[in-house]
Design a protein around this ligand. Sequence first.
Ligand code: CP
Ligand code: NVA
Length: 304
Amino acid sequence: MNRHVVTLEELGGRELAQICAYALDAPRDVLQGQGVALVFEQPSLRTRSSSALAVRSLGGWPMFLTDDEIGLDQRESVEDVGRTLAEYYAFCALRVRDHGVFGRLVETVGDRLGVVNLLSRAAHPTQAVADVLTMAEHFTSGRVEDLAGLRVAYVGDVTNVARSLAVALRLLGADVVLGAPDAYQLGEGGPEDPRRIAHGSLRLVGSAREAVAGAHVVYTDSWISMGLEAERGERLEALRDFQVSEDLLAGADPAAVVMHCLPAHRGEEVDPQVLDTPRSLVWRQVAHRVSAMRGALRWMKETS
Ligand code: CP
Ligand code: NVA
């Protein structure tokens, strides 16, 4: 049976811990000359770079394919793209506009091709793996299993990154607070819903100050995700009280750290200085993207 990494909710806590363990292990040549298709319908710096490095470090070879080249459901159907990729590659990892692409690929070629989600509107699981590795490195000597009880506040637009992060943290027993205006709070249902996780805790609040009170980690993401550029004006207005600033951080735990998946928009979701202070872990998050992807691929390879 082939394994896939589409949402962390589908995987569960034991599998997440296994992926993290593989991420922390020394690279091995488990891909032995196998190809991994890296498909991007949207821009990327970190995900694209870290995925290529991860594939190479496992002995495989990455092949980048862009929307212009493939045209999912434009040039040909998602199903025919999948059938073609399955003839050439062992895995395909995709950044897509429509999360439904993953289900269609898994159904069509999931028995022959391992599928990884490199970001959809619903989830960003490999980012969340890197984030829990980063938190564990800082707080628990690298042990993700010991993150239970960590208090993590996410403030801003509750979307793909926040959903996977909250699922990952709850699976590991951490306590999550999501602070956002009603219109940008956690949507009901859909894939990667942290409400459905039985461990840790989840609280939704409408105030950034309430969200960060006593938090060990304060996390944010862009207010204008890819594809939502037309909503820029209304989003800047609605979210302006949710900027992560030194003033907001004064209400968090005195040793609180700041995290952001990047790209950052200084002056919007973060004040211009916060990410450049010693309490920022963003560059460790960037570094852990490689080990997270390596962990995901190795878990898929070795447990299939
Ligand atoms: N955090 C993240 O996924 O960055 P990219 O969009 O640059 O890949
Ligand atoms: N929420 C952001 C994350 C970018 C890594 C987006 O979807 O654009």
